[in-house]
Design a protein around this ligand. Structure first.
Ligand SMILES: [Zn+2]
Length: 299
């Protein structure tokens, strides 16, 4: 009995140490930044420093909103989940390694669903649009979210944590995995094609996510996964056969760098919305369908 109590207590206290997760995240960002300079995948539209500066400023506001609102609430909730054995995984009483693995997988899947929702529901799209109007895609875009999007997503997060039964340990593992993953797949790094094809069987990679940031509507409406690619495969929303040098990053309604400055981007959810997929001169970006099989990554 005592062992069980001790076991429970030990699990409750366990978490990925903050120094470890922050070194992994900062290390990944630094490494990707270097690789982006050495082996860029796409040509930048804006100067890299100006672009990164704006994205880091947006990220600062987003991080402040998370620190103030999401963090205390979700930590409290995961502690409660652990103590009262709430949610699916806690009710199954699995070995810790299996519980954490399943937690990461289920959080990843429910994030896929949330990503589809924030694209499909016009009110939510207003808040995700600032992420997509970026004219370049690199590791700094991974941090560029409107604080409003993150605040709205707290409701979804509460549901995820409570239903899945996320412990403080699972939360810390998932958060670290997610951060490293989104830095990686937003990055502008040209991996050797064969390496990326192999990695892409399991994980979202830069060429794949670049297609989600394309100005072609059908391409943005694909590749919603943010960790494992299995969700796009299962839902038939995977699209890999787009030649990378043909991808234009951003949304058609905002092509002018002057219109996506920091203030305009912050205001974006609160002003009248332009038709996202129409170019200012009225056309729609389109691509002739590729002859290559849909699930094949191209250079
Ligand atoms: Zn998106």
């Amino acid at each position: 009995m005592r062992t069980v109590e001790h076991g429970k207590h030990a699990v409750r206290q366990r978490k990925v140490p903050a120094w470890l997760s922050s070194s992994l995240i900062v290390g990944a960002f630094g490494l990707l930044w270097l690789l982006e300079r050495r082996r860029p995948l796409r040509r930048n539209v804006e100067p890299k420093l100006r672009h990164a500066g704006r994205n880091v400023a947006l990220a600062g506001l987003a991080a402040a909103s998370l620190q103030l609102l999401e963090r205390p609430l979700i930590q409290l909730l995961t502690t409660l989940v652990e103590k009262r054995k709430l949610g699916l995984l806690k009710s199954l009483r699995l070995p810790t390694w299996l519980e954490v693995t399943l937690a990461v997988v289920l959080m990843d899947y429910s994030l896929y669903l949330w990503h589809v929702l924030i694209h499909r529901v016009p009110f939510l799209w207003r808040f995700h649009l600032p992420h997509h109007v970026d004219l370049d895609l690199d590791a700094s875009t991974a941090l560029r979210f409107h604080a409003g999007e993150l605040v709205i997503s707290i409701g979804w997060r509460v549901g995820q944590v409570a239903l899945i039964g996320l412990s403080p340990l699972s939360l810390s593992v998932w958060q670290t995995f997610l951060m490293v993953s989104i830095l990686f797949h937003h990055s502008n790094v040209r991996l050797p094609l064969e390496v990326e094809r192999k990695l892409n069987r399991v994980f979202v990679t830069p060429r794949m996510h670049g297609i989600h940031h394309s100005t072609v509507k059908e391409e943005t409406n694909s590749n919603w996964s943010s960790g494992l690619t299995i969700w796009d495969r299962l839902h038939g929303t995977l699209r890999l056969n787009v030649p990378q040098n043909e991808i234009q990053i951003g949304v058609p309604a905002y092509r002018d760098p002057q219109e996506v400055n920091l203030l305009d981007v912050l205001n974006m959810p609160f002003v009248e919305q332009r038709p996202t997929w129409l170019l200012p001169n009225d056309g729609r970006p389109q691509r002739l369908s590729s002859l290559v099989e849909r699930n094949q990554l191209l250079p």
